[in-house]
Design a binder for this molecule. Structure first.
Ligand SMILES: O=P(O)(O)O[C@H]1O[C@H](CO)[C@@H](O)[C@H]1O
Ligand SMILES: O=c1cc[nH]c(=O)[nH]1
Length: 227
């Protein structure tokens, strides 16, 4: 499980059994444990594609075959509310890390069966859930942020994060099965800085969304393991 924020690793560990803290170096914090009998490793990727690329590469090298991002995102559509989950069926590659791996015409897509198990698990959790295209970028403080968000919103993109494109592209190239579940922490009309700060201070709807994305990913791992 790949959260961006190292603090989310603790909240993943709360629902695992037999947890063991492994390492905490820079933004990369790792805890292992079990869930319904399967082994689970949670590793934070930090913010952005560059550090995510390093995490994904090193995990692939030690034999991790299935990775689900447990992220947060800003909504780009008005019907997506705080705490709603977005399951990425593909991602606009507006980041630098994925660009350094493959031409822009290479698609950033999840593993179809793993995405299907995530959708099923989210439905079982009764999560408000949206499946569709997301966008990954490198900063939300660029001068053209408003125009860029409007452009992608008008083209039906559901939400924006910073790591999904790198995960999907590197996963595709390295033979790792990937999916990305994003908890909405900023609504499309809201001011980004305010809501990201509400999230870090534990806003209820966002924390509920986070709990649901964690349970969704864990149950998706379990059912995927049984395929
Ligand atoms: O909450 P995480 O998983 O870090 O995800 C989102 O939050 C960070 C920005 O605040 C970026 O990493 C973005 O992708
Ligand atoms: O709007 C947002 C919120 C979180 N993360 C992002 O990348 N964008």
């Amino acid at each position: 499980m790949l959260p961006g924020d190292p603090a989310r690793v603790d909240r993943i560990a709360e629902v695992l059994d037999d947890t063991k803290e492994l390492a905490f170096n820079r933004e990369f914090r790792s805890v292992k444990g079990t869930y319904k009998g399967i082994q689970v490793l949670a590793v934070s990727t930090g913010i952005g594609g560059a550090s995510t690329a390093i995490a994904v590469e090193e995990l692939a090298r030690i034999g991790v075959k299935v990775m689900i991002r447990i992220g947060s995102c800003g909504a780009l559509q008005p019907d997506i509310r705080l705490g709603d989950l977005i399951l990425a069926s593909g991602t606009v590659r507006d980041d630098g890390a994925s660009a350094s791996y493959a031409k822009p015409i290479y698609p950033a897509v999840p593993d179809t069966k793993l995405l299907f198990e995530c959708i099923r698990a989210a439905e079982n959790e009764k999560a408000a859930c949206h499946v569709g295209i997301t966008r990954s970028h490198d900063s939300f403080y660029i001068d053209e942020e408003e125009e860029v968000s409007k452009y992608w919103s008008e083209r039906g993109v559901l939400g924006a994060d910073m790591e999904t494109a790198a995960l999907f592209v590197i996963g595709g190239l390295r033979g790792v099965k990937t999916a990305s579940i994003l908890n909405t922490v900023v609504e499309s009309e809201d001011k980004l800085e305010d809501h990201i700060n509400d999230y870090t201070s534990g806003d209820q709807k966002m924390m509920h969304g986070e709990k649901l994305e964690i349970l969704t990913a864990l149950n998706a791992f379990v059912s995927y393991d049984q395929l």
